[in-house]
Design a protein around this ligand. Structure first.
Ligand SMILES: CC(C)(COP(=O)(O)OP(=O)(O)OC[C@H]1O[C@@H](n2cnc3c(N)ncnc32)[C@H](O)[C@@H]1OP(=O)(O)O)[C@@H](O)C(=O)NCCC(=O)NCCS
Length: 200
């Protein structure tokens, strides 16, 4: 499919391009991005370059992985994607550069992606279900997912694969027909009491 541009109050989401290689390379030096996502470690400039010049384009062409750069005032602040798009389902993934956290930018971007995922064509993918998974203990990501309205579904044993190693996960889901008001999540193992306090 052709790349789609999404707009929100503060952000524009569009396909990463060559000018984004250096910002992505710099952002992905962040230890939290390396700890909680599947980016290569160490993260070299060629990794950002390969990501932008081939991985992203292949995903859009096949339609099974749709990646957006999150931009505020033209500056790339993060990346968000829908991957494993198949059979009217997909999984959401995201990161924000460290200096842009704490302003609600990720949840603003994610709401636009979720609207796109569930909207009927031509404005969306008409998915039935979105999944979220994170490494066990990733409270920052869990707080985002809870705020977006994902329902906690459980802990997956060794169901995440990160750089060839398996680890446990938290998982949550959201259905197209579901109310997206945040609901409480249980206190989560490994999460210092879980993602509470309640989201804004
Ligand atoms: C997960 C991650 C994207 C969350 O970033 P974030 O900035 O905390 O997420 P949000 O955009 O939802 O912002 C929420 C924060 O902004 C604050 N905020 C400020 N203004 C806000 C607004 N207008 N609306 C909502 N929240 C606002 C919230 O209070 C919250 O801050 P707090 O955590 O101190 O309470 C980020 O920590 C990250 O990139 N981590 C590393 C990679 C990663 O783990 N990716 C996920 C893999 S599953």
């Amino acid at each position: 499919m052709l790349p789609v541009i999404l707009r929100t109050e503060r952000l524009e989401l569009s396909v990463p391009v060559e000018d984004d290689i250096d910002p992505i390379f710099r952002a992905c030096q962040d230890p939290d991005i390396q700890k909680w996502t599947t980016v290569p470690v160490p993260y070299r400039r060629v990794d950002a370059s390969t990501f932008v010049s081939s991985v992203v384009g292949q995903g859009w062409r096949s339609g099974d992985s749709l990646t957006w750069g999150i931009r505020r005032s033209g500056e790339l602040v993060g990346v968000i994607d829908l991957h494993d798009v198949a059979d009217r389902g997909a999984e959401i993934g995201y990161w924000l550069g460290r200096q842009w956290r704490g302003e609600g930018l990720l949840r603003e971007a994610a709401r636009a992606v979720i609207d796109f995922a569930f909207s009927a064509p031509p404005h969306g993918l008409a998915l039935e279900r979105l999944a979220w998974r994170a490494g066990l203990g990733n409270v920052d990501s869990a707080r985002v997912a809870q705020a977006l309205g994902f329902r906690f579904e459980g802990c997956g044993r060794k169901d995440l694969v990160q750089r060839g190693a398996r680890s446990d996960s938290w998982s949550a889901g959201m259905l197209a027909a579901e109310d997206r008001s945040p609901v409480d999540w249980p206190s989560l193992p490994g999460g210092a009491g879980g993602p509470a306090p309640a989201p804004r």
